[in-house]
Design a binder for this molecule. Structure first.
Ligand SMILES: Nc1ncnc2c1ncn2[C@@H]1O[C@H](COP(=O)(O)OP(=O)(O)OP(=O)(O)O)[C@@H](O)[C@H]1O
Ligand SMILES: [Mg+2]
Length: 602
């Protein structure tokens, strides 16, 4: 149901990654209700183009609009209109199929009933209803892909981007996805899909744009592209592969075109405008040359032939290819039409910051509960520290007027929370490399929700570890001597400081973008701040050059405040100093982290 209005327009799009020029000035348009297939070999720039259109990548120059909105400057207006199924799986393994779908529905700001209804419909449509309440990690590759395609649809997008939607699917599942695309299009959705399968492009697309090495080299309907081949194809299959080169030379001499060899199929193909006389001449010449044939014939070109001739391997030289095809590219609509589109200001997107944060937090909490080993290890680390400090150092360190166990246990409380925060760095870095992050960034959610949801969920784990340390502390002889409100205030201070500090880890996660590096880097602030503090030994016993740092740094004042609160001793200005540090750290690092996240996502 192509209505003819321009829904996507791309002009002069250029994007480089270092020295790699992924897009070299792409012009393209897609009309409302149309299916456009972007056909190209590996590395052609298909995914890069989709990522620009899905508001995930900032182009170097040129621009693109979806429904009249600029994908960079008005990304927030674009996101509610689009659905993305990226090339790589963007489903969460630790959620069920249904949870995955409902989560994406929540980020499109559908109400609870609606997202449940749509999730059921998608599960049903993709034959996943029976598996809907199983964790995705138990799904087969095809099931994941189907769920992934389904998740792209849940928001009822006006434009759907499908990056190689059927790669890895068996023929039955592939044709199922095709049928589904047909249904969507019948319902008015516009689809831009990428594919390496000519058959798929021909089957699904109203128009096909062929992309190679970052340039669009042809566009048109399948028939138009075939016509561009300028006639038929002569194909000869030799009986013995050793004859292939000789056969190619003979065929080329007679038919006049550039031959293409397929060693697996033992075939030579060449474009030809001639018919029977050419065929007979080729047959005679091959027979005379002693080349045994299994088959010889003239057929209409397949899209394969077009694709291969356009993207090299037998096609004309690149320069003439580019120029020759440019004439068939869609002509950009006159400026006035665009201005008319632009006249409409972007609608205020529906915002639900609280719902967004709750959604991301919920997702991370579910993951947390479903990885009990991680939960256990979070608690084992501070427990080990506690036992080591208590029994290994305990006898060696003299605390004037007090016991070492009362001195060190409050420090372990803070360490437990800080160790919990390290998981924030690793978790964020881990998400960063997956398609999940891409999907989240293409959704109409507030930018800080992904970070706030992560830090809040990790805080829960820290509180769990803290509770265990309180129990363990009591077991090894720690005594709370303060009043209950004062003890609770101490615990609250630890939790608050730990939460603020987890933004340092969020920043580390976003800077390192890799879980292993994040893990190593995350130890550094912990190491420096905990060991050069009053956590384990009194500051007075440290070298004099270290004392000023050790006395006033955030971890020291927080531990000093916590100790005093737990023991019912005067806190001096420690509580205030700790709060000031915590708020300062939160302000600085949440700003940096949100900026880093924004920079990675427009
Ligand atoms: N983040 C990146 N950093 C560096 N180079 C990149 C990045 N993304 C893409 N490229 C490069 O840009 C070029 C185009 O890549 P792209 O992923 O768009 O190709 P594609 O057509 O989707 O290929 P495929 O069919 O293999 O998925 C490739 O040379 C690729 O190596
Ligand atoms: Mg790709």
């Amino acid at each position: 149901m192509v209505t003819g209005d321009r829904l996507i327009s791309v002009e002069g799009l250029v994007k480089s990654f270092g020295a790699t020029r992924a897009l070299r000035g792409v012009d393209l348009e897609v009309r409302e209700g149309e299916v456009l297939a972007l056909l190209g070999p590996n590395g052609a720039g298909k995914t890069t183009l989709v990522r620009v259109l899905a508001t995930l990548l900032r182009p170097d120059s040129g621009g693109a609009r979806v429904a009249g909105y600029d994908v960079v400057a008005e990304a927030e207006a674009v996101r509610p209109l689009i659905g993305l199924t990226g090339q790589f799986a963007a489903v969460d393994e630790l959620l069920t199929g249904r949870e995955n779908l409902e989560l994406v529905g929540r980020f499109y700001h559908l109400d609870e009933d609606e997202r449940r209804r749509r999730a059921t419909a998608v599960l049903e449509r993709f034959d996943l209803l029976a598996a809907g309440d199983r964790l995705v990690k138990t799904y087969s590759g095809g099931m994941r892909r189907r769920l992934d395609v389904g998740a792209g649809l849940i928001g009822g997008a006006r434009v759907l981007f499908l990056d190689e939607p059927t790669t890895g699917l068996d023929p039955r599942n592939r044709s199922d996805v095709w049928d589904f695309v047909d249904e969507l299009v019948a319902g008015g959705t516009t689809v831009l899909l990428t594919t390496q399968y000519m058959e798929e492009a021909e089957r699904l697309a109203d128009r096909i744009a062929v992309i190679d090495s970052g340039s669009l080299i042809a566009a048109g309907t399948a028939t138009e592209l075939k016509l561009q081949m300028g006639g038929d194809v002569l194909e000869a299959r030799v009986a013995d592969a050793v004859d292939l080169e000789r056969c190619a030379a003979t065929v080329a001499a007679v038919a006049g075109g550039e031959p293409r060899l397929d060693r697996d199929l033992r075939t030579v193909t060449v474009p030809t405008t001639g018919s029977t006389p050419v065929l007979l001449a080729v047959g005679e010449r091959l027979q005379a040359a002693g080349v045994g044939l299994e088959d010889l014939g003239i057929r209409h070109p397949s899209l394969d032939d077009v694709f291969l001739s356009l993207t090299g391997n037998g096609g004309p030289p690149a320069t003439t290819r580019g120029n020759g095809a440019a004439g068939s590219l869609p002509v950009a609509a006159p400026r006035t039409a665009e201005q008319a589109e632009r006249a409409a200001p972007p609608p205020a997107p529906r915002r639900d910051p609280v719902g967004d944060v709750v959604g991301v937090t919920g997702r991370n909490l579910r993951r947390l509960v479903r990885t009990p080993r991680l939960l256990a290890i979070t608690a084992i680390q501070p427990a080990l520290l506690l036992v080591l400090f208590r029994y290994v150092l305990g006898g060696a360190v003299h605390i004037p007027g007090g016991s070492y166990v009362d001195y060190v246990v409050p420090a372990v409380f803070l360490e437990a929370v800080m160790i919990g925060g390290m998981a924030t760095a690793i978790g964020l870095a881990d998400d960063f490399g997956t398609g999940i992050f891409d999907r989240l960034r293409s959704l109409p959610i507030v930018r800080y929700a992904v970070l706030a949801g992560r830090t809040l969920a990790d805080l829960t784990r820290s509180v769990f570890a803290l509770a265990l340390m309180v129990g363990l502390g009591l077991l090894v002889g720690f005594g709370f001597h303060g009043s209950l409100p004062s003890i609770l205030a101490g615990l609250a201070l630890v939790i608050f400081f730990g939460y603020c500090f987890s933004w340092v880890y969020a920043t580390i996660g976003l800077l390192t973008k890799d879980p292993e590096t994040a893990q190593v880097a995350g130890i550094l602030p912990f190491f420096i701040l905990v060991f050069a503090s009053s956590a384990i030994v009194p500051v007075e016993t440290m070298p004099s050059w270290l004392q000023p740092f050790a006395e006033y740094q955030p971890v020291s004042v927080t531990i000093d405040a916590t100790r005093a609160l737990m023991q019912g001793e005067p806190t001096g200005t420690w509580v205030l100093q700790s709060l000031a540090w915590a708020v300062g750290i939160l302000a600085v690092f949440s700003t940096i982290a949100v900026q880093l996240y924004r920079r990675s996502s427009l």
